[in-house]
Design a protein. Structure first.
Length: 311
């Protein structure tokens, strides 16, 4: 049985993946891709960004595994075969890391840490006020694997939580909104907006001036999804006008964020380098091996992307 898993990680911690498969899934023949390699018999591929032209050469491909939860980069390649199942990454460490990031940043914005930084910078003892968590409304765009787990944790913490998705959802103590018609109602009371949407044709550029104008004045934005969701110039203008008071961005249209980008020096704009959460190779290797075993036993795969929908 050919169990080759070709790894086209493009800088995605190759050694950790080699060690992870050796340790938890030795039955898988894990092969980092070498330029020029004959890939015609490869049945399985694990990819983040694939080198141009590689897909048509994999003539016996049976499953493509995405290294990340988001598959927008893979789907952007028109040569990616649409008739081979594309499985996105869902694993508990990735979810836990994102929940931790969202909680950290929501508390940061809730407590307005920049006011403490300003006071400390001039050695001033200046107690500032902030509401109880239940008097703070946090809105999460995207109530999928990550958004729903983050919402659950924020509810446990006592925040007033609302969520927005494409289809209706029912989550304990989360006021849920869905579809374009309900977006304005969702935004109207959201003081801290967290974006955890997939990047698709429908969601590209959704964090724009029109959306910011529908939030309460001096709201905060946290984008942990994709840079393509945000119209960067609109955020700069909304922060300059005071409509948006503060932001945390983990993802950018261009990554790494170029040194000359104005975001680096925008007050109350906090930058993390696309590491809100990272796939854990050991946990992922174990899950990929299980999925391959299921496939070989003729069973269905989990977390298969609907390529037409884009997530
Ligand atoms: P997911 O399980 O597929 O959930 C996506 C959610 O977005 C679903 O609730 C879906 O609604 C909603 N959605 C999609 N299109 C929509 C639309 N047009 N209008 C309203 N709602 C829409 O995805 P996930 O695993 O939670 O991951 C979300 C994203 O996080 C990924 O795509 C990736 O870009 C990003 N991410 C970033 C990092 C990082 O380190 N920064 C790490 C991991 C993931 P339905 O449920 O109704 O379909
Ligand atoms: C990271 O950005 C992911 O999509 O998992």
């Amino acid at each position: 049985m050919n169990r080759t898993l070709l790894f086209v990680g493009a800088g995605a911690r190759t050694d950790s993946w080699i060690n992870a498969f050796a340790e938890v899934a030795p039955e898988i023949d894990f092969q980092p891709y070498e330029p020029g390699q004959d890939v015609s018999d490869v049945p399985y591929c694990l990819a983040w960004k694939a080198p141009p032209g590689i897909w048509p050469a994999m003539k016996n491909l049976k499953i493509i595994f995405g290294i990340g939860a988001g598959v927008d980069r893979l789907l952007a390649d028109s040569s990616l075969p649409r008739d081979v199942p594309l499985v996105r990454m869902v694993e508990p460490e990735l979810t836990r890391g994102m929940v931790e990031y969202v909680l950290w940043q929501c508390l940061f914005h809730h407590r307005k840490v920049w006011e403490l930084e300003a006071a400390q910078s001039c050695s001033t003892w200046r107690p500032h006020s902030y509401p109880a968590p239940w008097d703070r409304t946090i809105g999460i765009m995207g109530l999928g694997e990550l958004g729903s787990a983050a919402a659950e944790r924020l509810v446990e913490f006592g925040f007033t939580v609302r969520g927005w998705s494409r289809t209706p959802k029912s989550l304990p103590k989360v006021e849920s909104f869905f579809g374009a018609d309900q977006l304005p109602a969702f935004l109207s009371k959201t003081e801290i907006l967290v974006c955890l949407l997939p990047l698709t044709a429908d969601t590209r550029g959704i964090l724009n001036a029109a959306l910011f104008a529908q939030l309460p004045r001096r709201a905060s934005i946290i984008n942990a999804a994709r840079g393509g969701h945000l119209v960067e110039a609109d955020l700069s203008a909304a922060m300059a006008s005071g409509q948006i008071n503060a932001a945390t961005l983990d993802v950018f249209e261009t990554e790494p964020l170029p040194p000359e980008h104005p975001f680096w020096s925008t007050e109350r704009l906090y930058i993390t380098p696309h590491n809100a959460s990272i796939t854990d190779p050991r946990s992922a290797a174990w899950r990929i091996a299980k999925q391959i075993a299921k496939f070989e036993a003729g069973e269905g795969l989990d977390h298969v992307v609907d390529c037409a929908r884009g997530y």
